[in-house]
Ligand binder design. Sequence first.
Ligand code: PLP
Length: 367
Amino acid sequence: MKIHVPKHIESLIPYKPGKPIADLISEHGVDEVAKLASNENPLGASPLAIAAAIESMKDAAYYPNGGKSIREALAKYYGLSVDEVIAGSGSEGVMNTVMRTFLVEGDEVITSEGTFGGFYVLAHAMGLNLRLVPMKDYAYDLDKIADAVTPQTRFIYLANPNNPTGSYFNKQKLVEFLTRIPNTVLVMYDEAYYDFAIDDVPDYPSLLTSHIPNVVTLRTFSKSHGLAGLRIGFGVAAPEVIQLMLKVKLPFEPSGPAQAAGIAALEDVKFLKQTIEVNREGKAQWRAALSELGLKFVETAANFYCVILDSATEADRVLHGMEREGIIVRPLAGFGMPNAIRISIGTPQQNARAIEVLNTVMETANS
Ligand SMILES: Cc1ncc(COP(=O)(O)O)c(C=O)c1O
């Protein structure tokens, strides 16, 4: 007997995360590794969050409460009502819930080329009719995305700032875009890099408290709060939307330690401030280095740089050259950009070392 496998699953290329540090050590025998591949927090996690997660382990034998604790904390923090908030195992967990709630196989969904690979994988895994609109100068082309909407369109995904390019669109662009989108189309607006963007972009358009009926806004604790390993993110939408999502969400997502850490991280203003400062400095450090090397890169509003190389072969060469010296960066084929790499901004020391390695790798090409 052969088990039936849906065609869209058979052809599915799974999401490929950044290479773990342990893998690089075993592959290349290097003893000092900087992982600049997954836009994680180079300062680690908020110490308050770690302490809260450890404390919550006393309840490890009990099932968690489905997100109740963190939903209440988030509602209080952002001045929302609890029934406007949902939490999940990372924002990708929430993304999964949104999509399983509102979409079925064959539904038409639209996003940009060169955006978050995790969304592409979820869309393909559900057998959705995914339509990709080309980028304009490595950024979302919102006019063309609005033009692409048809009576069959059910859903649009926007990441602002975008991963992996780091580009962003401003308030005016977003408002114009939203006025063109029928209210029957659900817009999933992903603010994973909000804390970095708001530091950089005076008119960064957060929709978290906008109360637009057909918008779900996503945020994560994985980046600026350093909790990627604990898996905690959240979504905000109209109560009717959240109520439907709660029917579909895995009942015990997110875990107790993840919720405890998230709640504590919300209050750790000092850690967040340090994170933003380190990122601001690192951004300047990388910008200067990439310019000096004459490399093409996208201006970023997030915690990484997207570097455009001449070809996929060259991107591969640079990536492997850096890996051999203990620097893990991200290949972008899974994001639809095989000729580019993404470098997450690290501590000043990690950046300095990675820049030195990149310089050597580029020199080797030119010699
Ligand atoms: C734009 C964007 N959205 C969502 C995620 C998922 O984050 P998490 O599931 O860790 O919250 C990421 C992670 O890289 C991202 O870049």
